[in-house]
Design a protein around this ligand. Sequence first.
Ligand code: SAM
Ligand code: SF4
Length: 462
Amino acid sequence: MPTPVPVLSDSARGFRPLPLIARPPRREPQIPVLGRAPRVHLWHIGCQMNDADREELAAQLADIGCIPETALDDSDIAVLITCTVRANAEQKVFGKFRELIPWKRARSGRAIALTGCMAVEHGEALLGRLPELDYVFDVREPDGFLAKLQALHAPNLDGPVIVPGSDRLSAYVSVMGGCNEMCTYCIVPFVRGRELSRPLPEVVEHVERLVAQGVREVTLLGQNVNSYHDQAHRARLPELLAAVDAVPGLWRLRFLTSHPRNAVPDLWSAMRDLPSVCEQLHLPVQAGDNDLLRRMRRLYTVDEYREKIAAAVRTVGPRLALSTDIIVGFCGETDAEFAATEALMRELRFDTVHLAAYSVRPGTAAARRVDDVPREEKRARLNHLLAVQREVAAERNAAYVGHDVEVLVEGIAADRRPYGRTRENKVAWLPEGAARVGELQAARVAESSAWQLQVEPVGTAA
Ligand code: SAM
Ligand code: SF4
């Protein structure tokens, strides 16, 4: 008889179960009799914070002796790291979950776990809704889940497992969690909690470890990364950038996502003065109209945003690549408000714009307003701005033709052409045989399109 697996109720610390859903009695998953360490398949969706959480979870699983990042067919446990920022992200998770059901049924003892933002939003209520789901846990506090795996698989766990080093050149490093802003449309503060920064020495040590493994480019992550604050070490984001910039062997440093409210001159001078910090700024504006910004509770005006961008470009230089996030179809968005957003895009000429149609998130302040822009209209507005951005991006990239860039070569494509990214985060393609993976290649831009550059080598950059 297989031994029953206890429920992971202790992993539900801090969860807020949805009130109206009655939880049926828990079924008892089976413990696989493996005679070896369990293999864990990881899947994630959503922002770069989830990429970072996936890496961290893989390391934690390896520490207790599980084998992480295995192919689904070879795995015993599948973990879904989820996102809840928009309704369609949740739908994709449910779709992935449905795909896993036949996988789970194909072999006795397989299990499915769910973590990430949906786990916090819905809590253990998900166990009631999804009968094939075995575990729900908070990725920020995985100890209960890991302890349960250790208890269940103890005879076969002999951690830490040495996972073959990856040959990646770039990595994300989460430097803070949570968000103290309360933008009216956004679920993040509810599922990620209050801001909490990692101590500066811990971040530096993390980056040193990655560099020792061959990583050359690091992106520091936070939902609101420019409110990073380590009081004990008197460090805000500029001081953190300086400390990470000093790590020997690190070539490039980026950071995401900044909030315009905390975008201060010190940050621009740090970007100018620190050699590894790339000429790239992601500063979400969300809308180009003051009334709309106020309804979104963004706490800045369009003029204030313009001034921040102007100061950044003045200090860092005209090469600074700009990207932003924009939401279309927010509650009550009029034609005039939408036109103001389009005008701002045309005026500021971002290199990249992440466009999203407004999606009601239950529990947020905006969910109490009428979602009155029809779905078709949202789609039309989104497509219109996508076309505007394609035009602007093509012009921005065309201005690079004839100029020199530095490419960190990340891979060789099937057609044998090396590709990589410039310091401005533009995808660049080199001719076959022109560079090797892991090299920094100096190059001149020969051709451009809205999304990429064709470049020719002009010697070695470093
Ligand atoms: N903290 C960042 C900021 O200040 O803008 C962004 C983080 S948020 C997770 C990423 C993006 O998702 C936002 O910039 C916004 O454009 C989009 N987003 C958040 N909630 C949304 C919603 N309810 N509907 C559509 N897009 C949304
Ligand atoms: Fe969400 Fe606003 Fe926080 Fe960004 S700043 S994560 S949009 S609440």
